[in-house]
Design a protein around this ligand. Sequence first.
Ligand code: 3PG
Ligand code: MG
Length: 415
Amino acid sequence: MTDFLTLDDLDFKNKTVLLRVDINVPVDKYTKRISESKRIDESTITIRELASKGAKVVVTAHQGRAGDYDFLPLDQHAEVLKALLGERFEFEYVDDTIGIAARDRIESLQSGEILLLQNIRFLAEETLELGPEEHANGILVSRLSALADLFVNDAFPSAHRSHASIVGLTAKLPSAAGRIMEQELRYDRQAVTTPRHPAVYILGGGKPDDNIKVLQHGFQEGIIDKVLSSGVLGLLFLVAREYNLGEETVNFLRNKGHFERLQEVRDLLVKYGQHIDVPVDVAFSSNGKRVEVPVKELPARGVIKDIGEGTIQIFKAVIKDAKTMVVKGPPGVYEDSGFEVGTKEILEAITQSNGFSLVGGGHTLSAIQRLNINEKGFSYISLGGGALINYLSGRSLTALEALRQAAARYKAGVV
Ligand code: 3PG
Ligand code: MG
């Protein structure tokens, strides 16, 4: 399946292994506490496997970005990891990345022990968007690679970044993809490269730009049989079909800059209109109360926040027979009481369908958790945000390219 190495291809016993994970998680703006930890939970799969195989595991990761409120040290992540790994594993955290403290701890690691380094983005060099070779010549990669024998990249959500610890280490060390990376690509491929038909894309949420990119690629490649549109994308399709949504909704769309994408939305309708289902009714807020209106009776007398019951029924019938589903963005403003109906009913219908379902986007996961929908009902909930969008829109992922090059060198005996 792969043209890069996996954990099955290398011998880790007594080797110092640099493991890049993505445990960049949502943080509460005010308390600065981690609010959701799925990525941390999942990261332990590869960490455990490497430690169990006798590696000296050096874990490197980031949180947030310089200037953002969630740009934090990894103390909390370390606490969560320590608890998850339990007594069986020796785990330690060091508040350093490429300094003497980190070097000394790495050099004294024993087989089976795990060390988490400080937020790698505390070094500005990490986030420079450079190629593998350029990063390989930098201080960050030179120092870290000098202390390690092998590199494992398990950071799928960062796979679209050309950052030092994502692409640079592969140029210096024999490198493999970790289990999360492998698993994520297996499911993403199932949705995009080898989908069973009918393949239905269920797209909502507040980021129509991402949805448009995904649709352009999916239609061009003949992947998508049907789109069920909701959220801002659904509204833009309605505008493109000349419906007057009403002053409040039009102002909202204009203020957010969403009309800039109207031409692309129109083009999609012209080319692929028969494959695109737009809402037949919507729910708007009238003094905070839910009021439904068929699109034929628009304009709405308040901001539109959900799809209506008629649309829900039509969408559910399509979902029932779908063989492949890609789900991105909630259909409605589920956080507001009364407007969670569409999101809840559609997500529940997906869990009940026999088709394969890939769910992406942080907001969709939040909706699933908040509305108490059974996470196990979906085939796979992606850990990626931007990386998944890149994958779904056919763009190459820099991390994978780097892993492929590393594998070619390894097989040729160059590294
Ligand atoms: C993500 O959350 O999308 C990844 O961790 C990458 O983070 P970034 O978008 O700040 O580069
Ligand atoms: Mg981010």
